[in-house]
Write a protein of this length. Structure first.
Length: 391
């Protein structure tokens, strides 16, 4: 009888995000006759946590913050010892660090794989605490068996930061083209929700409110575009994209965009919203592998992206790529796509969707993860464990 391997995933939190979404998709499609998955969230449950629970994936929440961290670490160690995983998969910097530290602290013999989900153009853009964790991870990067990156640019940048170059492997994000697909009714539903006229041009920007996502760049481009495109409306979604966000509202008011911008917050119904849009933009000055761009393309929606992370690779020649922090270029690119006749824009979107189906289907990507895990586990069973003194 074939052995069933136990994989324990350690991730920072389970709110909606790119890494969290990839974890959800991975566990949804992995071969459960070969792998048994469990998840530890260092922080809160979040909507991804609820979805994992509905899939009957065991999820453990440590709710780490401040003085409770010592107790949380003890619980983390107890969980690892109770599960006895064959492989611990870290996700993002903190998840990577804790996956390794707790393996050492518990003295549990298992393989460790890290998963780095972002590019780093300037370490100073990260919080100081995250900068420290990145430096520690770089120093310890000789210990995990492999380090997964979702883009070549991210691997190159982390190698320059001191991460072990021989451990790296590129596995891009994958997308469910059956879930994210064109819809003949999506546009009508969104127009009705927003009380907009049928001739409106809908431009989407979907990302959490963080500095590197550069919503100011998007809104400045929107202000430029509205001067020549009065039918354009800007649909913004994501964590903290809300009318209660004073900082965001000040930018919108300063640019006199309040009648043109719609803040929809964190939405769980993206498969029904994305096909309603005429185009989707990513305005980031730092990015890893933007899931929402892949999902929009899967829906047949043309995209404008900034040339950071894997964005240009994902869009290829079937969208428009512009420099980061250049609102004029972003506005010009949006205009370029809006100027296409609808049939041409649909043709472009269909070609881009086919590229996702050919190169980024979730089943292909899950297969890459499974092959990596099996290869690591086969090798690990033959090689003695590396100790901290063995550097």
């Amino acid at each position: 009888m074939k052995r069933k391997y136990k994989i324990l995933h350690v991730i920072t939190g389970l709110r909606v995000g790119g890494a969290e979404g990839m974890l959800l998709n991975l566990l949804r499609h992995m071969d459960d006759t070969q792998f048994s998955n469990s998840v530890i969230s260092l922080k809160e449950r979040g909507s991804i946590g609820y979805q994992l629970e509905r899939m009957n994936v065991p999820v453990f929440y440590l709710n780490m913050k401040g003085l409770s961290s010592a107790l949380a670490l003890w619980r983390l160690g107890r969980t690892i010892l109770s599960i006895q995983p064959d492989l611990i998969q870290g996700w993002m910097y903190h998840g990577n660090l804790y996956s390794l530290v707790m393996k050492v602290v518990t003295n549990h013999r298992c393989a460790v794989v890290w998963n780095i989900r972002r590019s780093v153009y300037d370490l100073a853009h990260l919080k100081l605490s995250t900068q420290i964790v990145v430096r520690i991870c770089a120093a310890l990067s000789y210990l995990p068996e492999r380090i997964i990156y979702n883009a070549k640019v991210a691997e190159n940048q982390h190698n320059l930061l001191g991460f072990r170059s021989t451990s790296g492997i590129i596995i891009p994000n994958g997308f469910n083209a059956e879930l994210f697909q064109p819809s003949p009714i999506a546009r009508e539903k969104l127009l009705l929700e927003l009380e907009l006229r049928p001739e409106s041009q809908l431009i989407g920007n979907i990302d959490r409110f963080q500095p590197e996502k550069d919503h100011t760049n998007f809104l400045e481009a929107a202000a430029i575009l509205t001067k020549s495109y009065p039918r354009a409306h800007f649909i913004m979604m994501g964590k903290d994209i809300a009318y209660e966000n004073d900082k965001l509202m000040k930018i919108i008011s300063k640019l006199k965009l309040r009648p043109k911008v719609y803040l929809l917050g964190e939405r769980a119904d993206l498969p029904g919203l994305l096909p309603a849009l005429d185009l989707v933009t990513s305005s980031s000055f730092s990015e890893g592998f933007p899931n929402v761009i892949g999902e929009a393309i899967s829906c047949g929606v043309p995209c404008v992206v900034t040339d950071v992370g894997a964005s240009s690779e994902l869009v290829d020649r079937l969208g428009v790529v512009v420099p980061p922090r250049d609102a004029k270029a972003l506005a010009s690119a949006m205009a370029q796509l809006l100027d296409l006749v609808p049939s041409k824009r649909q043709e472009l979107g269909a070609a881009a969707r086919k590229r996702i189906q050919d190169h980024y289907q979730i089943k292909q990507i899950v297969g890459a993860y499974e092959s990596l895990y099996l290869g690591v586990l086969d090798s690990f069973e033959e090689v003695p464990i590396v100790s901290l003194e063995g550097k």
